[in-house]
Structure formats: C-alpha cells, structure tokens
Design a protein around this ligand. Structure first.
Ligand SMILES: [Zn+2]
Length: 138
C-alpha cells in the first residue's frame, strides 16, 4: 500500500504537469483514454485534458488522462471546433455578431399575361402588350 498523495493542481492553465505526475497518471491508467488501446513502450503519448481547458476544464490531475499523440491531436481539433461553435452561438445570442444573411421573402407570383383580344373588346385602343416580333412570326 502506498501513501496517498495530494492531487496535483496546476498553478495556471499553462503549467505543465511535472514528470512525477505524468508517471503517476500513466501508472494509473496505462492506456489511451480515447481509443482504449494500451500505450506501448516508446510510443509518443500526451496528457489530455478530458474536459478541454478552452471548454472550461481544469488543469488538474483528475482532468488528465494519457492518450496517444495521434488520438490527442484529433481530440484537440474536436475541442476547438466545439469551442468555435459555442462561441459563435453565444455571440449571436448576445447580439455581438450580426446575422450573416437576411430573411428572404417568398416573392410575388408572376402576373398573368393579358390576352391579345383586349383590343377587340375596346376598339380603337391599342393592345397594351403588343405581341413581340418573335411571336408575330409564328
Ligand atoms: Zn489512442
């Protein structure tokens, strides 16, 4: 039985976990928490913040898990995308950003063309819409 040790908490979000804490976390889990495959000796691995710092996670031992470098890069991309989405939604919600597009109307229905017989009804009046040259030829 080992002595219990106090949880490591980073002084700031930029504080890196010291090697003894990295080793402790590695011994605790010993596999990638993202793909659940064991981390082989010599394989590059990182400590991943389960809840990312940019999404409100804390820089402390309980929020850190070992992960393969490859898996970690993919998760970081997802975390950044999540942050960008929530930031965009929030900016829109509080009115900090203007809507990107206006609401389009359905438009007006096309007017029916007047009939050619209008001049016969009222003789002496020229038809308002004279048939075009193209239509005369047919
Ligand atoms: Zn992995």
């Amino acid at each position: 039985m080992t002595r219990s040790v106090p949880e490591w908490v980073g002084a700031t979000d930029d504080t890196r976990a010291p090697p003894r804490v990295r080793a402790r976390i590695f011994d605790r889990d010993n596999r990638c928490h993202l793909c659940h495959q064991p981390i082989q000796v010599g394989q590059k691995w990182d400590l991943d913040h389960v809840k990312a710092l940019i999404n409100g996670g804390e820089n402390r031992e309980t929020n850190l898990r070992p992960s393969h470098r490859k898996c970690h890069v993919e998760k970081t991309a997802r975390d950044v995308a999540e942050k960008a989405k929530t930031a965009a939604v929030r900016q829109k919600h509080i009115g900090a950003s203007a809507p990107k597009q206006t609401i389009k109307s359905a438009g007006f229905p096309k007017a029916a063309r007047p009939k050619k017989t209008s001049s016969k009804i009222m003789p002496g009046y020229r038809a308002l819409f004279a048939p075009s040259d193209q239509q005369k030829g047919q």
